[in-house]
Every structure is written in structure tokens, then in C-alpha cells.
Design a protein around this ligand. Sequence first.
Ligand code: UTP
Length: 284
Amino acid sequence: MVSKAIIPVAGLGTRLGPITRAVPKAMLPLLDSRDRLRPVVHFICAEAAAAGIDQVALVVSLLHQQVLRSYFDAAREAGDANLPGQIEFIVQAKPNGLGDAVACGAQFVGRREEGFCMLLGDHIYTAQPDRPTCAGQVVAAFDDRRPAAMIGMQTVGPEELARVGTAGGKPVGDNIYRCTSLVEKPSIATARAKLRTPGLGEDKFLAHCGIYIFTPEIFDCLAELSARVSPAGQELPMTEAQQILLRRHPEDYYLLRIAGAAYDTGNTAGYAAAQAAIRPNQPA
Ligand code: UTP
């Protein structure tokens, strides 16, 4: 059972500046399907809750902690029922990268969990009709196999490679792949040479969609990486910790292609696409 999720929202959000100097990226609002304004982080917490996850830790900057606390207090007062039972806040002292943000959640997860979820704090999802939510699909696939990792993926073309963490896989089931390699933001030449996945079509590749499930061993991988990345203040890249986990468990690291779509609200095109997807066919 996956019952805990870490949601890192402590990044600077520079790509959406200047508004993110004043408003946390996670607090940027979207209209939901019932015309209520809810911030991006609310949709992500609701995605976790719908996947059966009842305990969430938001990794926040010191500057934004109070704003986020105030929002969730108000959402509970307003009677929003689609949130996880427990939402706590962990401060990341400096925006030292996604890997560092995830490492901040080690104590929250503990060593005894079979698996925990990590949801990027700027991605939201729509599932295909009649399918469970996207996070729910990854949780179910993890529960089936209990691997070292089950990572949600989507298919991307060459034009998106420069922005995404990409993986190669060997098909082992319905939209499930054993991961064979992981490369952050590959060139098209690297992707063609190292990241081909049978059955996806010409120049189509598997890219992370923002939903990750790991065993707590990922924290050992982050600690190993942190010992190597010595100069203080240097970012801790999540992909490198994942590569360590993959080297430790080459037979037990899986990718699930989600039946649905992921939207990266961290850039303006993705933000607009997310809004259109959540509230389709509405007059402006
Ligand atoms: P991104 O790299 O997409 O977000 O991190 P960012 O750093 O806010 O974006 P830009 O490049 O400055 O525009 C993915 C997720 O990880 C979180 C972010 O908040 C986002 O939800 N993150 C990133 C942290 O919590 N801490 C970090 O140090 C870095």
C-alpha cells in the first residue's frame, strides 16, 4: 500500500517570472471543472488523495511556507473534501535541486514504507475516460509488482527531448517496461542511440510525467550522490539518484506509460494547456 507522498514545491519558478517573485508557482490558480479557483498544488494533492494516499508532505521554501499553510487551512474551512487527510510542511533551506527536495522528505517517509510516491509540484494530469487517475494507475502498477521503482511516463517526440528526463525500456506487459537507461534532457542523437523503446513508433520516446514511486532505498541513493556532489550549494540532481537505483536493481526498475495526459504548469504553454484540459469546451 502506498499511503505517503512527497510533493516538492520549493523551486524558484524562474521560467514563469516575474509573477513567481511574488506568488509561489504552486499557488498559481486554475479554474476547476466546477468553476472554482484552486491553485496548482491543490490539484496535485487531490491527485494523491484520489490514488488512496492519505499523508502528504509538501516540501516548501521558508518564504512560502506560511502562504501554503494558510491556503490549506482555508481550503479545509471551505469544506474541500478531495484533499488527503494529513498535509504537512517540510522546509527546504535552499533550492538545491529536486534531489535535495526529495531528500528533505526522508524522515517523513521513514524506512518501513514499502513504497512512497513523489509527485512533481508543477504537473497536473487528466486520465483517459473510464480509467483510474494517473497517479492511481502508477500506484496500482507498483502494488502489482512491488519493485524498487515504478515511474509514470508519457511519450514525447524529438522537439520535447531538451526539456525532459527520458528513459529507454523493454516491454514486459500492458504499457509496462523494464527500464534499461535513463538520460536527462538527451539530444536526439543520444535518444536514438540509447533510448529506443520497442513499440512506441519512429522517434517516440518515454519521458517522465511527474509521478514516481520508490522504495525508501532512493534515500540511500540520494545520500550516496550527496557525498559525491561535494561543493556546498551544488544542486542534487534527481536523475542521478535514479541512475544509482537503476544500477542497484536493473531487473526491478519499471516504467508505466500512463493512460492520460500530463501538463507541466511550470512554463506558460503547459499552464495554458492545463487550464484548457481541466475545463474543456467552456466559453471564455
Ligand atoms: P523545476 O526545476 O521544474 O522547477 O522543478 P523550478 O526550479 O521551480 O523551475 P524554474 O526552472 O526555476 O522555472 C520541478 C519541481 O521540483 C520543485 C519545484 O518546485 C517543482 O515543483 N523543486 C525544484 C524543489 O522543491 N526544490 C528545488 O530545489 C528544485
